[in-house]
Design a binder for this molecule. Structure first.
Ligand code: HOZ
Length: 439
């Protein structure tokens, strides 16, 4: 497969270059969210014109097999007809009411039915809001202030989480953001997969630790699986020490399994944050958990949290339509098969090319690090070859395969990525590895 060429470039420069120049004079860094900068892989930001199934098209008319999938939400691929129809119907009935609607009750029923730990759920509009609000509930429930997070974990951009943060913050080397006041001193950080470090934090300050917040499978430091017993160990520590266990399943929810990682690993957190897939591509997120905790949330209880567009009817319609498809027998397994074939194929291609690489998949998430591995935490991930990743990314891009522009992001597949798409991707990846090695 040769490089994909632009078919609708403007005279003298591409539409992408033109847009990028304009955007830089109008928006910080030219983007609406830092992960959209492709600077670390040496490319301009991607200007999408449309998406269809597993493919995304840019403003220069190029077509790519998409493994970003809007950073996770598009479990059914782009513009899934069922989701588009549901949103269109909802839009005709009204874009927002600021009142309760039947759809939010229906989506709440699907979520509480799928996640055994979630008895009550509150809808919000972003993952940041969801985790921030869950922490507020945990602090109110325990009367304690400190939170524990993991190195390289990303939980949105609320102040308390911009400490040793993953995702774009790691990619841009901004793990501790300026502008975060003393509130951040209430955050403690441990290495992922290291129960002893968590025990040590509790030994020192356990009386004031409100909660442990964890991505049960790390997805914002690249994909890092929990070691056997790690999540159960966190559950045990939190129970013993009277702290709240918060699973950030914004990424893993309905991707690692129907429900999420808590189903796959049979560990029940006290509170869960959700987002991405539950909104089918619309700005929907949620937090929920044990009724005793969630009844602290206003107006049932005193913990205040609110939002004009929370439970927005278009978002609820998109989420319901997507989850209805994902609940069908075999869909999760098919996606998991595609992700596994991709991860195994990439590992094989790297081996053939003589490149040290370590790949993993779980459910419909997958990851690739250019290192021998094993990668058990963010420290290991940072020792991978980021320059090699950048060369590989560019070579894949030139062959019509769109990967997240950072080794510190998970990859995704959708239910409409076919065996042919995966085979084409692996062919492109083999060529890309050769090119990256030769550079
Ligand atoms: N969790 C998303 C990717 N790691 C973040 C999306 C964004 O920051 O725009």
């Amino acid at each position: 497969m040769g490089p994909v060429t632009a078919v609708s470039a403007t005279v003298g420069s591409t539409a992408t270059e033109d847009l990028s120049l304009r955007a830089n004079s109008l928006m910080p860094g030219g983007v609406s969210s830092p992960v959209r900068s492709f600077a670390k892989v040496g490319l301009p930001p991607f200007y999408a014109s449309r998406g269809e199934g597993p493919r995304i098209f840019d403003r220069d008319g190029r077509s790519f097999i998409d493994y970003i999938l809007s950073w996770g939400p598009l479990a059914l691929g782009h513009a899934h007809p069922g989701v588009v129809d549901a949103v269109t119907k909802a839009a005709r009935e009204g874009l927002s009411f600021g009142t309760c609607t039947e759809r939010e009750v229906d989506l709440a029923a699907v979520i509480t039915g799928a996640l055994p730990s979630v008895e009550l759920v509150r809808f919000v509009s972003s993952g940041t809001e969801a985790v921030m609000s869950a922490v507020r509930v945990a602090r109110a429930a325990t009367g304690r202030d400190l939170i524990v997070k993991f190195d390289g974990g990303y939980h949105g951009h609320a102040d308390a989480f911009l400490v040793s943060a993953g995702s774009g913050a790691a990619t841009l080397a901004l793990p501790d953001s300026p502008g975060v006041p003393a509130a951040a001193t209430l955050t403690r950080v441990a290495p992922f997969n290291d129960l002893e470090s968590v025990e040590a934090l509790f030994a020192r300050e356990g009386d004031n630790i409100a909660c442990v917040v964890v991505e049960p499978v790390m997805g914002n430091a690249g994909l890092i699986r929990p070691l056997e017993g790690f999540l159960a160990g966190l559950r045990d520590i939190c129970t013993r020490r009277g702290a709240v266990l918060v699973f950030d399943e914004v990424m893993t929810g309905f991707r690692v399994a129907w429900g999420g990682a808590q189903v796959a690993f049979s560990v029940r957190p006290d509170l869960t944050a959700l987002g991405k897939v539950i909104g089918g591509g619309m700005p929907v997120a949620a937090y929920g958990g044990r009724a005793e905790l969630m009844e602290l949330v206003a107006p049932a209880g005193p913990v205040y949290q609110a939002g004009t567009l929370s439970g927005n009817p278009l978002g609820m319609a998109a989420g319901l339509a997507q989850l209805t498809e994902l609940a069908k027998p075999g869909v999760q397994e098919e996606m998991a098969g595609s992700a596994a074939r991709l991860a195994d194929g990439l590992a094989g291609a790297a081996q053939s090319a003589g490149v040290a690489a370590c790949t993993a998949s779980i459910g419909s998430m997958w990851g690739l690090f250019f290192t021998e591995g094993p990668v058990r935490n963010f420290g290991d991930a940072k020792r991978s070859q980021t320059e090699m990743f950048a060369r590989f990314h560019r070579a894949c891009f030139a062959r019509g395969v769109l990967l997240a522009p950072s080794p510190f992001e998970a990859g995704f597949v959708s239910s409409v990525h076919t065996d042919t798409d995966i085979a084409e991707t692996l062919e492109a990846a083999s060529e890309a590895l050769e090119e990256a090695c030769a550079a």
